[in-house]
Design a protein around this ligand. Structure first.
Ligand code: NAP
Ligand code: 3JN
Length: 346
């Protein structure tokens, strides 16, 4: 049997909600690691994190952190990626970036392995992980695109607070307790930590994820529009998104209207989705079976159900897509890409 090649790996944002899941997946999947470097800001430097029976000490991420690193997984926000990835690439690392920093860069592949893994061969040191809401949608739409073609997508999301980081989870839980105790909590983090106006998330639905753009859409909505076209390799797909934060901890849900380019058979659509890699069909209305965030949480797959022909357009289909935003939406998609780089595929 041939010896497996081992890699020097770095995780940037190791103390965050996404970083925690990346570290767990690297351990559970026995990723071929020679050394693992855990990096964060100076705030968390010195924190101990267990990894495969060892205690690893988190270090502050600096341009010199990447000497000898071969694979670096970034989830510390776009500014950190923009500042450090060029240094990591210069040191020879392949960087898998979970942030928005390089997603629309024409030289950077934007990859969902089930959809466009062929794109990674063209990388120049950076491979971008799409936004969580985009990943789960394109994973489900790809088999329909391949069979029928897609002309239009209209999506409304119901996004979990974990998408906004560990502090947003704490805020939602704290507000819920305070409201149940009869108090009126002051919002502090959501919808956007850096903006002055805040809204309550507990017992609420907030139609703003990230900052508003000049066209009236939010940045999260525009990420869904632009990333979908890039990943599918088809600028002609028309996409409109409305992104909403809901008081769920883990798991983004999406109501999707998709207009196909050809007539379709609903039974065939179900068969295509049932066979699609990384997708699980949960669609049995008679038994009230459909995807739920509570059941998708902690799982790597994308769950699809509520499939029905649209009433206004017989070539269109309505569906409900759910996935764990920190797993397939971030950490698992990134580790899958890392596995394609590190492990020769059969
Ligand atoms: P989080 O829980 O707030 O964690 C942020 C992490 O970034 C922490 O480890 C933090 O370290 C680190 N960090 C912050 N500033 C840093 C700096 N200047 N230098 C080095 N490390 C720094 O956030 P999260 O939910 O894990 O998300 C992190 C990022 O991942 C997001 O900003 C986003 O870009 C990306 N993300 C992507 C998706 C997706 O859709 N693919 C989903 C969620 C998040 P400290 O402990 O030292 O503060
Ligand atoms: O809010 C969500 O549910 C997903 C958030 C993703 C996110 C949060 C902060 C910064 C991103 C992202 O991945 O697009 C970024 C960013 O990298 O710009």
């Amino acid at each position: 049997m041939s010896e497996q090649t081992l890699f020097n790996v770095a995780v940037v944002g190791a103390t965050g909600a996404v970083g925690e899941q990346i570290i767990r997946l690297l351990s559970e999947r026995d990723f071929p690691i020679k050394s693992l470097k855990l990096l964060s800001s100076a705030r968390s430097a010195g924190t101990k994190i267990p990894f495969k029976g060892q205690e690893l000490t988190v270090e502050e991420a600096t341009p010199d952190s990447f000497k000898g690193v071969e694979i670096a997984l970034f989830s510390a926000g776009g500014d950190v990626s923009r500042a450090l990835i060029p240094h990591a690439v210069q040191h020879g690392a392949v960087c898998i970036d979970n942030t928005n920093a390089y997603r629309m860069d024409p030289d950077t592949p934007l990859v969902v392995p089930e959809v466009n893994i062929d794109q990674i061969s063209g990388h120049r040191g950076i491979i971008a992980n799409p936004n969580c809401s985009t990943i789960q949608m394109v994973a489900a739409l790809k088999p329909l695109y391949d069979r029928y073609g897609i002309s239009r997508v209209i999506v409304s999301t119901y996004q979990a607070v974990s998408g906004a980081g560990a502090k947003a989870i704490d805020e939602m839980l704290r507000q819920s307790r305070e409201i149940l105790d009869g108090n009126d909590p002051k919002p502090d983090i959501l919808p956007v930590a850096s903006l002055p106006v805040k809204h309550r998330i507990a017992f609420n639905a907030v139609p703003q994820i990230d900052k508003f753009q000049d066209n009236g859409f939010t940045l999260e909505e525009m990420k869904m529009v632009n990333e979908t076209k890039k990943i599918m390799g088809d600028d002609s797909i028309q996409v409109t998104a409305t992104c909403v934060r809901v008081p769920v901890v883990y798991g983004h849900s999406e109501s999707v209207y998709v207009e196909l380019k050809q007539d379709y058979d609903l039974g065939e659509v179900k068969a295509l989705l049932a066979d699609a890699p990384g997708v699980v069909l949960v669609d049995d209305p008679d038994r009230q079976l459909y995807p739920l965030a509570s059941e998708a949480a902690g799982k790597n797959e994308v769950f699809v159900g509520r499939l029905r022909r649209d009433l206004s357009n017989p070539r269109a289909l309505n569906l409900w897509i759910v996935s764990d935003n920190l797993l397939k939406g971030a950490a698992w998609n990134a580790v899958q890409i890392a596995e394609y780089i590190a492990i020769p595929q059969a």
